[in-house]
Design a binder for this molecule. Structure first.
Ligand code: PLP
Length: 472
């Protein structure tokens, strides 16, 4: 590989030569020898490829150091989520409460009594730390927790309906972004899907007609991410639970987002709470940790003691379990729900969802001059009213009055291209800014902006010049 044949290439500095320079020695102290050697090799081989021959070792080292610095930057980076979608799945959903962050950090730093009963000095269960809180907040008899709600649905179906039938309404066979389709999950869980009713209407008699000797569970899915309107009929959870009791079949209710408090008290639409699903008679309820609940990614399973015990005995549980960091963060998040009056103050998800348009508008007015200065004279910036959404499939038709900044290109020609370059420039900042393009404008919905000063400071390095070396 190091064999140099042509006269031109012979002028390339050798790897050894480059590594002897003072800058390289400094780079080795910063990045370690193997990384520097590989970066130098990369720069030299690239130079061979494109014929641009750096003939001084210092040039090679400088190029290698920029490469190493770029590699040093974390791949997973914080961004400003100004999309207007509060629980944006692609941007990591819920931002955690301070108490949850502290609990997770403590758990990371220290050995934890994760599966150790401190009172008896015996082996304990990792779910013990969450069980009582979950039961208290939902009214359920028992609770367990897994990696996410998709995992919760999978293990529930596999435990309660393996090689048996799962009855579900055709109106509830949902797909959730990212290849989570109910029929496919069911087949992987080893249960046979028995669809009843039609897309828009399902009656109690449809369920009754489908119940047989092989029925494992009656399954209800809260269709949180879309709505069928018009001539529709579904069998409510309570009615379905009564039927399930009558026929001694467990009824499972996948709530999806699920919330522990009535969001109506924060001015939002009513989303069914987990406690309501339990009161309505579901034997098992599943819901997410990082949707409306506002915690880390997790899937909660609450309900009847005997069924939860069976789920815990399923070997899949071991594959889907949580680590100490998440258990710590969940415990801290759930504790915030014991004091609903201070929830909006302490839980970012609820705080962000309940911000008023006027507060967000005031923030937009404060930031307008900074944004105008950063984007320059080619663009106009104005305060605009807009609508935020919850995201992650919760209450898809509900939007919240919000406000932000609309940035438009001032020249009619090439306006689309300019907006695209602006969006790219914003993504290229130290803390990338993610907005949305809407009717010839780049809209920054400021609902989820927490730190105005950091945002303004970050904008100062906005660079909208045409990138010349796209390959770099
Ligand atoms: C979101 C959702 C899921 C999947 O939950 P994750 O926590 O994303 O794994 C399952 N069912 C319903 C109804 C949902 O809305």
């Amino acid at each position: 590989m190091e064999k140099i044949v042509t006269a031109n290439l012979r002028r390339l500095p050798s790897v050894d030569g480059v590594l002897k320079t003072a800058v390289a020695a400094d780079a080795i102290r910063r990045f370690g020898r193997p990384a520097v050697v590989s970066a130098v090799r990369h720069v030299i081989s690239q130079s061979r490829g494109n014929g641009a021959v750096p003939d001084r070792p210092e040039e090679v080292t400088a190029a290698a150091v920029s490469l190493l610095e770029a590699q040093e930057r974390p791949k997973l980076r914080p961004v400003f989520n100004l999309t207007g979608t509060v629980l944006h799945t692609n941007l990591g959903r819920a931002v955690l409460a301070e108490s949850a962050i502290e609990a997770a950090v403590t758990a990371m730093r220290s050995a934890m009594a994760l599966e150790f009963d401190l009172e008896g000095g015996r082996r304990g269960e990792r779910d013990d730390h969450l069980r009582d809180l979950l039961c208290e907040l939902t009214g359920a008899e028992d609770a367990t927790v897994v990696n996410n709600n998709a995992a919760a649905v999978l293990i529930v179906l596999n435990t309660l309906a393996h090689r048996r039938e799962t009855i579900v309404s055709r109106g509830e066979l949902i797909e959730i972004g990212g290849a989570f389709r109910m029929p496919e999950i069911m087949s992987r869980a080893g249960t046979k899907l028995v669809e009843v009713g039609t897309t828009n209407r399902t009656h109690k008699k449809d369920y009754v007609g489908a119940i047989g000797a092989k029925t494992g569970i009656i399954f209800k899915v809260h269709t949180s991410n879309y709505r069928i309107e018009g001539f529709t009929k579904e069998v409510g959870a309570r009615e379905l639970a009564a039927l399930a009791v009558e026929r001694s079949i467990p009824m499972v209710h996948d709530l999806g987002s699920g919330t522990l408090v009535d969001l109506a008290q924060f001015g939002l639409a009513h989303e069914p709470t987990v406690a309501e699903a339990i009161v309505d008679g579901a034997d098992v309820v599943t819901f997410s940790g990082d949707k409306l609940l506002g915690g880390p990614q997790a899937g909660f399973i609450v309900g009847r003691k005997d069924l939860i015990a069976a789920i815990n005995r399923n070997p899949m549980k071991r594959a889907l379990r949580l680590d100490k960091m998440r258990i710590a963060a969940i415990e801290a998040t759930l504790k915030l729900y014991r004091d609903p009056d201070r929830l909006a103050q302490r839980l970012p998800t609820v705080r962000l969802l309940s911000l008023s348009r006027s507060a967000i508008e005031a923030c937009s007015r404060r930031l307008l001059p900074d944004v105008q200065a950063a984007v320059g004279p080619l663009f106009s910036v104005e305060v605009t009213a807009c609508e935020s959404q919850i995201g992650s499939g919760a209450l898809p038709l509900v939007t919240m009055p919000s406000a932000g900044l609309a940035i438009r290109s001032l020249s009619a020609r090439g306006a689309g291209r300019l907006l695209k370059r602006l969006a790219e420039g914003l993504r290229d900042l130290d803390i990338p800014v993610i907005g949305r393009i809407e009717e010839q404008a780049l809209v920054l919905d400021l609902r989820c902006l927490d730190d105005e000063r950091a945002f303004a400071r970050n904008l100062e390095s906005l660079d909208l010049s045409e990138k010349s070396n796209e390959s770099a």
